[in-house]
Design a protein around this ligand. Sequence first.
Ligand code: MN3
Length: 203
Amino acid sequence: MQIHELPQLTFAFDALEPVIDARTMEIHHGKHHAAYVANLNKALEAAPDLSEMSMEQLLQRIQDVPEGIRTAVRNNGGGHANHTLFWQVIAPGGSKTPHAKLARQLEESFGSLDAFMEKFGNEAMTRFGSGWAWLVMDVDQKLHVYSTANQDSPWMEGHRPILGLDVWEHAYYLQYQNRRADYVKAFWSIVNWDAVQRFYEFD
Ligand code: MN3
């Protein structure tokens, strides 16, 4: 049976300072994400026939997951998938700007790179309570920006996430308290566009 695992960070807890503080990273990865993985594995013990499915497949076919564990898989599997992407699309110092093809499609889709960033930031700011802001690609290769509640994943809508921002308070509260806007603004300086490009080109 497949056991889902907590991925290692590719940088030190303090490497994202001053944008994200070390203590937040340590708790976020080592406690929050680890708990999603543990609870996902525990839930899946009840459905060994789902053991061959990847996290993305499980979320895409969430309605086929037995009702007794569906909410647990949605919340903890979503949490696992969302954070696994998040740790990859951020990096110390970020990586400048989107690559040419993605930059062009962002301009075509949203008017300009600035307009995309404004729309994404607005989704991050207006998500009431806990959730995520996303840049996703649909089955027709079109880009969309929206937010989801809790740990709901774009995969549940058949969309491939290529950039995500965690706006749960656990992601920023120690450093920013109620100032979510400052966190969202600072996020852009640690976006790893090289990783975003890999998710964009994946098929
Ligand atoms: Mn989180």
